[in-house]
Design a protein around this ligand. Structure first.
Ligand code: ATP
Length: 235
């Protein structure tokens, strides 16, 4: 479904992604794990059209999308939930969700997807009229995910959904990611929380200072001494 081939991405002189290649097959949850500053967000921003690769190819459903405008990429079925879950805080929960569907005009489908989001995240239904700035961190993460789902993506890009959240909330969010995947959405999940990410992923890549240094099935990486030492806190 997605094939990233030898891409290089720069911020001015800073070489943030170095010859990065990875693949996501339809139906999978693939995770990219790595420390602060490794280049995880940069990769997602490149996939969703916010950054342009200087070299290499990004193929999505066999079409080259590297460097295409973000709006065209969303239209093609890729939605990005950015790090830090930027919701529109003065707008209500419902208005935020409606914004997620701004490129669609199938009213019935939008209504159905809104109902599905409220089913996945019942708390959002309870808070639908509330300004989203008043939601807790976990609820805002749910809203950011719900908003992305309103675009009816085939591929969902999630940037550190666990960031700054209590373990119980993280567990819940990961359960929902699994449910979304089971409903047919392919997921590329970027995480520092390697433990949780590997627990739901099919396959994984490890990125260090802009380079992919390891890849395999989630199980292989969970058992890898290198991953255990660096990312699983010796578990
Ligand atoms: P984090 O979890 O801390 O966000 P990350 O793995 O997502 O880490 P990136 O945000 O992709 O890392 O950053 C990769 C590298 O690019 C870092 O060295 C970072 O300092 C640099 N970088 C990121 N954004 C910019 C920018 N706008 N201008 C210059 N350098 C940047």
């Amino acid at each position: 479904m997605l094939k990233v081939d030898n891409i290089d991405v720069f911020y001015g002189n800073i070489h943030a992604l170095k010859d990065v290649s990875l693949e996501v097959n339809e139906g999978e949850i693939v995770t990219l794990i790595g420390a602060n500053g490794a280049g995880k967000s940069t990769l997602l921003k490149t996939l969703s059209g916010l950054l342009k690769p200087k070299k290499g190819v990004v193929l999505y459903q066999s079409q080259q999308i590297g460097g295409k405008p973000a709006q065209a990429i969303v239209k093609n079925g890729i939605s990005h939930v950015p790090e830090g879950r930027r919701v529109f805080s003065t707008m209500s929960v419902e208005e935020n969700l409606e914004l997620g569907a701004y490129l669609r005009n199938d009213r019935e489908g939008i209504k159905k997807d809104m109902a599905n989001v409220y089913e996945l995240f019942p708390i959002l239904g309870e808070r639908r009229k509330q300004p989203s700035g008043t939601l807790s961190g976990g609820e805002q993460q749910m809203l950011a995910m719900g908003r992305a789902l309103m675009a009816k993506p085939k591929l969902l890009l999630l940037d550190e959904p666990s960031m700054g959240l209590a373990p119980l909330i993280v567990k819940k969010i990961f359960e929902i990611i699994k449910m979304v995947n089971e409903q047919g959405t392919t997921v590329l999940l970027v995480e520092q929380n390697a433990n949780m990410a590997l627990s739901i992923a099919n396959r994984a890549y490890v990125i260090e200072t802009g380079k992919i240094v390891l890849s395999g099935t989630a199980k292989e990486l969970q058992e890898s001494e290198q991953v255990k030492a660096a990312y699983l806190g010796g578990l």
